[in-house]
Design a binder for this molecule. Sequence first.
Ligand code: HEC
Ligand code: HEC
Length: 309
Amino acid sequence: MGTTKTRLPCRLSETGLFGADMNTLGEGVHPFSPQFALWSDAAEKRRWIWLPPDSQIDTSDMNFWTFPAGTKIWKEFTRDGTRVETRLIEKQSSGTWYTVAYLWRDDQTEADAVPDGLMNASGTEHDVPNADACWTCHSQQPDKALGFSAIQLAHSPMDAADPNEWTLARLVEANLLTAPPEAALEFSDGWPEAERALFGYLHANCGTCHNPEGSANSLTGLDLWIKADDLAKTAEESSVYLAIVDVDIMKLDVELEATKRIDPGSLENSALYQRFLNKGQSWSMPPLASEVTDPTGQAMLEAFILGLE
Ligand code: HEC
Ligand code: HEC
């Protein structure tokens, strides 16, 4: 199934992710896990990054990091314990990124590039997007990696038992950031647990597009991306809270009756909730990559809206 349509290697074994066999990580490859996960219809995921030796990540803008040329990041999708797909993005010396997905062979010994994508991969409900479709999401921020960020990696080392796993604290310790944060980026006490989880969820699942640099933001002004300096505030003072609670919707040309982004106490009149709940509409959110409403996200949103009265 080798192909010349991708400028990245045709086989996953040639990308440097693995060393001796297809389970052992290659030299300098580190796992990482965003503390707030992206819902993709219940697929299991693992992620790894390789940074070129002696390089640093430019963190002068703590909300949007810039990666050194040569950076490679992989994300693997598993269904029912079987590896289905591994995605790769790699930054070129020109500053552009190449993207491709590799489809795992049935015997799990190798995965082959599928730049054209594939529906229902390996007999599962998993769809592999074509290499152009990656850009719908991965072009929405100044640099193109979406989950390897200050907020996403600021979880406690206790959540990262593997000492090889990158967290914000370990990146600082290893001197890999040009401008380390002055303090650990932790939520202040003004953030109740439920708000941390919900706003983190919106950050990961909606902030991809709804961030100050994203297309959805320029269309609607709806910013769901938690900023590093939001953590020191209270939840109510955060930029995301102020953008949604009791705020009128911007777009009126959709067939949706709700008039507020979030109307305290009313699920009916909360456009953010209605767009999240209802799938298969032109106005459903997120607009792609999910055909099933995530029950966890739904429960968090309901509790938040109904608790606001
Ligand atoms: C529906 C939006 C969407 C599409 C389409 C998409 N991605 Fe992503 N991707 C994300 C988000 C959001 C993250 C960060 C959260 C996570 O890792 O789950 C991410 C993470 C990744 C990562 C880990 C590095 C990072 O950016 O955090 C890789 C590698 C990746 N995607 C590759 C791809 C490739 C290759 C394609 C196309 C074949 C693709 N993605 C298509 C939204 C998308
Ligand atoms: C792939 C990009 C993308 C993602 C991811 C995404 N959105 Fe959107 N969103 C858009 C675009 C584009 C619009 C403007 C078009 C429209 O109104 O449908 C929009 C509009 C909206 C609006 C209307 C805002 C207003 O004031 O009228 C809401 C509410 C919304 N999105 C909520 C969400 C939520 C909640 C999520 C996450 C669960 C999400 N979006 C994820 C692209 C995205």
